[in-house]
Design a protein around this ligand. Structure first.
Ligand SMILES: Nc1ncnc2c1ncn2[C@@H]1O[C@H](COP(=O)(O)OP(=O)(O)OP(=O)(O)O)[C@@H](O)[C@H]1O
Length: 225
């Protein structure tokens, strides 16, 4: 995916926030977007998904799905209801059973959701709730998958499950926003984009990131989180 001469101005702002932003997302790989709080990561994700009108070229334009940092859900909702909401709607199925899920979803997702299937959403831990949503969203096939801080407040065992599910669908292009270096080092192949000063200040492969990330003060801090 190529992003060229991107220009974006917040509503009512006098000056553009991004102006002349250029970078590429590597297709069929995980692309990490890192940067300090307020750098513009979520804004950039919104633009790529067409949620904020911007000038410039984004090619090719394919199908996409986005899970942002907060997706509220009523406490009385059961996991099977969330599955119905996400997958039932996506597939047009009125009643989605666990057997249907097993036919439609990848094995690690089925293994994770099966023991939780009848549990109330409000009884799950914060990390479990987040993983339920993430794994269900990842069963909806899209060219571009954007996840905003999917690993925040999620323990590493659950993060490992999330990454296993991502690896189950290698045909997609992923953009993952993260503040956690362990996410980057979990992938042998990936691209890391560093957003700073309203530009993509550096782009690394996983190997380059491991070798050269000590060059900058921010990245040193990022690596010690
Ligand atoms: N509607 C708006 N008008 C003006 N400025 C805004 C608006 N919405 C967000 N901003 C500012 O744009 C900047 C980028 O915000 P954004 O949420 O994209 O950052 P981020 O890199 O995702 O941060 P974090 O890591 O904290 O999630 C911030 O300084 C924010 O205050």
């Amino acid at each position: 995916m190529q992003i060229r001469q991107l220009k974006y101005t917040f509503p009512k702002a006098q000056q553009p926030f991004f102006d002349g932003l250029n970078f590429d997302l590597v297709a069929h790989q995980v692309n990490f977007l890192i940067g300090q709080n307020g750098a513009g990561k979520t804004t950039l994700a919104d633009i790529l998904l067409g949620l904020r009108p911007a000038q410039g070229e984004i090619t090719p334009q394919g199908s996409s799905i986005y899970l942002n940092q907060k997706l509220p859900m009523l406490a009385a909702t059961r996991v099977c209801d969330v599955a119905q909401l996400v997958l039932g709607v996506a597939t047009g199925q009125l009643r989605l059973s666990l057997t249907d899920l097993a036919e439609r979803a990848d094995a690690p997702t089925v293994a994770f959701l099966t023991p939780l299937w009848h549990r109330h959403y409000g009884d799950l831990s914060g990390g479990e709730r987040k993983l339920v949503q993430l794994l269900l969203f990842l069963q909806v096939d899209r060219d571009l998958v954007v996840l905003d801080e999917p690993t925040a407040f999620v323990d590493r065992q659950h993060v490992a499950t999330l990454f296993t599910v991502i690896r189950e669908h290698p045909q997609r292009t992923y953009l993952l926003i993260t503040h956690d270096v362990r996410d980057v080092t979990a992938f042998k192949q990936c691209q890391v984009l560093w957003l700073a000063d309203r530009q993509i200040k550096a782009t690394w492969t996983a190997e380059q990131f491991a070798d050269h990330a000590n060059d900058s003060e921010f990245l040193q801090a990022f690596k010690t989180i």
